[in-house]
Write a protein that binds this ligand. Structure first.
Ligand code: HEC
Ligand code: HEC
Length: 314
């Protein structure tokens, strides 16, 4: 008998839940029993004109019996409840005669999915990423993995958004080759762009004009000139002498007019000002703990495959 009970709840609360459930059930039975003696009525019988005596503004309340179908619905509910509580968990720590549990059902489903997909993922795991990226069947599965795990941040089409990199262009923070993609996905990434507000607004404006100049956008030449000097002391270490960035640090290329950070209505200049004033720190969460090495390999190949889509022009 004891394996019909578990220790999910402390004893007192188990008894408490059982008592509340049974009391509610008894109340329902009482309501049903109290009405069982009264006439019930089917829809086609004529209604009496007896009233309850309640009257508001000349509107009276009829005292019609409960419809018969409703009465039987109550009876059915009580019978169903008793059966359910006997078979399934519901009464405190009582496990139910069937021994069913959500946990066990979930584990069964996961095991079934593993048995079905495990070998498929394992087979793909040994295929080099550039080759896997050309395998249509594998990329269909990988596309679903992307939709489920990545699209919330990178967008359904992988085109990114403000703070989330576009994965379909050739501009990479950390690199688009297989090794770099695997590292990004397995370990996650954290970009660190310091804030420069302490340099003062003039300096921020000069630097902003210099960054605009790097991407050959409209800028104030004199300010860009003095911004270049500041750039040489504060920024070269990460973004490089020519502003082409550094993939080891995830420091973006500032010369290609592609902006990781830019709100939908923001001008490029305002976006750069904000980056310089407040600093930025994008976080790409490590994926391996969630989806495992085999799926990481597959979805890395999916990201790799996006370059072919670009080349095809679709
Ligand atoms: C410690 C290294 C480091 C230094 C120093 C640094 N940056 Fe950055 N910068 C980064 C990183 C990393 C990012 C990307 C941040 C992210 O991914 O969240 C970034 C982002 C930016 C961006 C945003 C680019 C985009 O695509 O939206 C601009 C603009 C920028 N930096 C300009 C500068 C300027 C100008 C300086 C010098 C005043 C500077 N950075 C100094 C590392 C650095
Ligand atoms: C919670 C949001 C989030 C999720 C989920 C997420 N990413 Fe990211 N990802 C980011 C951010 C933010 C960055 C940029 C990090 C930075 O600024 O340094 C990034 C960076 C990347 C990069 C590096 C891009 C480059 O230019 O080097 C790749 C590749 C990538 N993600 C792929 C994926 C894939 C594939 C998945 C799903 C398995 C995924 N991401 C899930 C937020 C996310």
């Amino acid at each position: 008998m004891s394996d019909l009970w578990d220790n999910a709840l402390p004893g007192f609360w188990s008894v408490w839940v059982i008592a509340l459930t049974l009391i509610t059930l008894v109340l329902v039975v009482w309501v049903v029993a109290a009405n069982a003696g009264r006439d019930t009525i089917s829809n086609d019988e004529p209604h009496s004109h007896r009233t309850t005596g309640h009257e508001v503004d000349g509107i009276e309340e009829f005292d019609n019996p409960m419809p018969r179908w409703w009465f039987y619905l109550f009876v059915a509910t009580v019978v169903f409840t008793l059966g359910y509580l006997a078979l399934y968990p519901g009464l405190g720590n009582f496990k139910g005669l069937l021994g069913w549990s959500q946990q066990a059902q979930w584990e069964e489903e996961v095991a079934a999915a593993e048995a079905r997909f495990g070998p498929i993922f394992a087979r793909y795991h040994d295929v080099p990423i550039p080759e896997l990226a050309q395998n249509g069947e594998a990329m269909q599965i990988a596309g679903r993995l992307f939709a489920n795990n990545c699209a919330v941040c990178h967008g359904v089409g992988a085109q990114g958004g403000d703070g989330f990199p576009n994965l379909t262009d050739d501009d990479w923070l950390y690199g688009g080759e297989p090794e770099a993609l695997l590292t990004t996905l397995t370990q996650g990434r954290r970009g660190v762009m310091p804030a420069w507000a302490h340099l003062g607004e003039e300096a921020i404006e000069d630097l902003t004009q210099h960054v605009l100049a790097l991407s050959e956008l409209e800028h104030d030449a004199a300010r860009a000139q003095s911004g270049a000097q500041r750039y040489a002391s504060f920024c070269v270490a990460c973004h490089g002498a020519n502003g082409t960035g550094n993939q080891a640090l995830g420091a973006p290329n500032l010369t290609n007019d592609i902006w990781l950070y830019r709100a939908p209505d923001q001008s490029v200049a305002d976006a750069i000002r904000q980056t310089l004033t407040e600093g930025r720190s994008g976080v790409m969460p490590a994926q391996a703990p969630f989806i495992g090495e085999a799926r990481v390999h597959l979805v890395a190949a999916y990201v790799y495959s996006l370059r072919f889509k670009n080349a095809d022009g679709d």
